[in-house]
Design a protein around this ligand. Structure first.
Ligand code: AMP
Ligand code: ZN
Length: 451
């Protein structure tokens, strides 16, 4: 069974899944295109799902769509700000980038989560949760209609990231602590505001804070206990600490069993981010003539817990590997069928189970690719089996008509006869003739193949 690094436990732990497992992933804020750094995090969730499904565990996944409530440091809503900049309505903007996100994740073979709730359509669930937290004494209302979470009522705050309350300094960017807060680390659950994208609430008109969204949605769609929570490493603090404080306070026990975080993607040595100015979109990769799944391959070449420094060279190398494996699989598919190379398959699967050690899995597959003692039919079966986890569409070239140049068919037959007769000189002569026609011949234990 899958063992994975649990950020809160600070160690690799076996995922205790019965026949089903519930997984929550912090979804995208849909005010701009997701860059390939963001997409790395969603490939991580997809990998967890595929590895578990291979072990016959049914995975129920929920991933929110943040279309309101994601605040910038200055307190402005990113979605609202961008809509104003693009002179579109908020709804138009959010739906456009949501569709773009779904296209990108589909191109990366990321299976869609069972639930993809939009923040704007679940405001009632958030209001209900905020009201409960107020009633329990975990949150308080201030005269302007804001609601804050009272972090001092949650003693284990900081368990995930190690950022203990007593060590937290007031935000250095703000000179004075917000006088409305009881404690500087309290955060807003509800913000008073009038205008587009606001809702009525018991505390007046406004909109919810971002952190409360994930608590409300995970509790609603996955229930009060679930096994895995995934996000990028930057979300450990404060987002996941805040989420844990809200959810656990509301239900009175630990909600999430394992917190899993994916490391950052760097591009040319720096964290990929809009603010850094080194954003690469999936559409940029495709415009460069690469297969979108080259990006997935490049991710798999690194373990999710390592920073990955992507470059155009690594992307091109990944693209070549994906294309070569597809061609090989097509070639092997023409050989007599043979059972899977089970020893190799087991080694690859153990690597997956070992905290998603995909680099080792790929190394073992390269070894299998080269191993002359394994029949092509067995390689074919093994690669297709493992591709259920890799998700690289390795079968797409199978059966694609390959047309021989005129006269080459006869030369191939003559060469096969020469080899049966042990006439190696003639065989080599015919191989060179074929090469001049652009037909590359390879000899395998099952006879010659060409490409
Ligand atoms: P956002 O849409 O900004 O909320 O981010 C969506 C997801 O992408 C979050 O899980 C982030 O932690 C993650 N993320 C953001 N930047 C990177 C990066 N450079 N590498 C990997 N993950 C990232
Ligand atoms: Zn979240």
């Amino acid at each position: 069974m899958l063992r994975i690094y649990d950020t809160r436990a600070r160690q690799v732990e076996e995922i205790a899944a019965g026949r089903a497992l519930r997984m929550y992933t912090c979804g995208p804020t849909v005010y701009r295109h997701a860059h390939v750094g963001n997409l790395r995090t969603y490939v991580l969730s997809d990998l967890i799902r595929r590895v578990l499904e291979r072990r016959r565990v049914r995975v129920l996944a929920c991933q929110n769509i943040t279309d309101v409530g994601h605040l910038t440091d200055s307190g402005a809503d990113k979605v609202l700000e961008q809509a104003q900049a693009e002179q579109r309505s908020v709804r138009e903007l959010a739906r456009f980038y949501e569709d773009a996100f779904k296209d990108d994740t589909a191109a990366l073979n990321i299976r869609p989560p069972e639930h993809m709730p939009r923040a704007t359509e679940t405001i009632d669930v958030m209001i209900e949760l905020i009201a409960k937290l107020i009633e329990q004494g975990h949150a308080y209302v201030v005269p302007d209609g804001s609601v804050f979470f009272d972090v001092q009522t949650f003693p284990t705050y900081g368990d995930i990231s190690g950022n203990r309350l007593d060590a937290l300094k007031p935000a250095h960017r703000i000179d004075t602590v917000d006088p409305r807060k009881r404690f500087h680390a309290d955060w807003a659950l509800w913000k008073p505001f009038a205008g587009e994208l606001t809702w009525d609430s018991p505390w007046g008109r406004g909109f919810p804070g971002w952190h409360v969204e994930c608590s409300a949605m995970s509790l609603r769609f996955l229930g009060s206990r679930f096994e895995v929570h995934v996000g990028g490493i930057d979300l450990r603090f404060p987002h996941h600490e805040d989420e844990r404080a809200q959810s656990d306070s509301a239900v009175g026990h630990e909600v999430v069993r394992h917190w899993v975080h994916g490391e950052h993607l760097l591009f040319d040595g720096r964290k990929m981010a809009k603010s850094t100015g080194n954003v690469v979109l999936l559409s940029d990769v495709v415009a460069d003539g690469l297969d979108p799944l080259a990006v997935r391959m490049a991710f798999l070449e690194h373990r999710y817990r390592q920073q990955l420094n992507l470059t155009w060279d690594t992307l091109r190398a990944a693209d070549r590997t994906v294309r070569r494996w597809r061609a090989r699989v097509a070639e092997w598919s023409e050989s007599p069928s043979a059972p899977m190379a089970s020893e190799y398959a087991q080694r690859v699967e153990s690597a997956f189970d070992d905290d998603l050690d995909t680099p080792s899995a790929l190394r073992i597959l390269r070894e299998l690719e080269r191993d002359p003692s394994v029949a092509p039919g067995a390689k074919f079966e093994t690669f297709l089996h493992i591709d259920q986890v890799l998700g690289l569409d390795l079968s797409t070239e199978i059966g694609k008509a390959r047309v021989l140049p005129p006269g080459a068919g006869e030369l191939l037959e003559a060469r096969a006869r020469a080899r049966t007769a042990g006439d190696w000189g003639e065989s080599d002569r015919l191989r060179d003739l074929l090469a001049e026609m652009g037909v590359r011949v390879a000899d395998t234990p099952e006879g010659q193949t060409w490409s």
